[in-house]
Design a protein around this ligand. Structure first.
Ligand code: SAM
Length: 241
């Protein structure tokens, strides 16, 4: 089972978490991905309520099968967003931290937009979200998702993070869902395994550090910086924090 993963990745997993947890993680990464959605509270739809609710997300549902989303008009109308249940943990975090709802929020690495929709649901028409994606192609997808989600207190930008200091604003909350080596994607996307190299964590951590250095001065004193990756290694997570 382990031969499907880069050997350096396995070694680091074992060093970091110990043999037992590493084994369990590799087993989980070899399983089929689950399919989950979060329903847009502005456009509630029936039909998914019989599927398993996700305890850490009010509108999240784990589906039994993967439907043909592209054939469903509700999907195109932004009635729900197809999102990994792990990404929905942001909702729990917001409910625990309780940042002010009338604040100014920044989602700095936002495309395709899943976490921006979580932030918008939390804001619930108060405050303002700046949803930013530097990559032009991904920014178009982000704009479409945000438009369909149907909230008015949001703007989409396409700025490199070093430019935010020029805006002269103090954000109450900044989310950095950072570009990373994607070890958490090894289950869903087999290509992620072949794209990973032993230097990916270091390369990515340098980029992440730059992003964090650019954005930290844009946070108001007492504000929240939420940092997330979809990878397991220390360099991009604990050491980055
Ligand atoms: N938050 C998104 C969501 O929930 O749908 C996923 C974000 S993805 C993990 C990271 C994003 O960071 C990608 O869209 C990528 O284009 C963007 N990115 C890549 N390099 C970047 C950089 N140097 N500065 C800011 N964002 C970058």
């Amino acid at each position: 089972m382990t031969s499907k993963f880069p050997i350096e990745f396995i070694k680091e997993l074992q060093n970091h978490f110990g043999e037992k947890i590493a084994e369990k993680t590799l087993k989980a990464l070899s399983d089929t991905s689950s399919v989950s959605i979060r329903i847009n509270p502005l456009k509630p739809i029936e039909g998914f309520s019989s599927d398993t609710p996700i305890p850490w997300s009010k509108n999240g549902h784990l589906l039994k099968d993967r439907p043909f989303f592209s054939l469903d008009p509700h999907f195109h109308a932004g009635c729900y967003y197809v999102q990994d249940s792990s990404s929905m943990i942001l909702e729990t975090l917001l409910n625990k931290l309780k940042p002010e709802r009338d604040g100014l929020y920044l989602d700095a690495c936002a495309a395709p937009g899943g976490k921006s929709t979580v932030l918008l649901d939390y804001l619930n028409n108060e405050g303002f979200l700046l949803s930013n994606e530097v990559d032009g192609k991904r920014n178009s997808i982000l704009r479409e998702i945000i438009l369909k989600w149907g909230r008015l207190n949001v703007g989409v930008t396409s700025l490199p993070t070093r430019k935010f200091i020029d805006l002269n604003c103090a954000f109450d909350l900044i989310l950095v869902d950072a570009p990373c080596s994607g070890e958490g994607m090894f289950r869903k996307d087999v290509k992620a395994r072949s794209e990973w190299t032993p230097t990916s964590p270091l390369d990515c951590s340098i980029r992440q550090q730059r992003i964090l250095t650019d954005l930290t001065p844009c946070l108001r004193a007492g504000g929240f910086l939420i940092y997330a990756t979809c990878t397991f290694n220390r360099q991009e997570n604990e050491e980055q924090i």
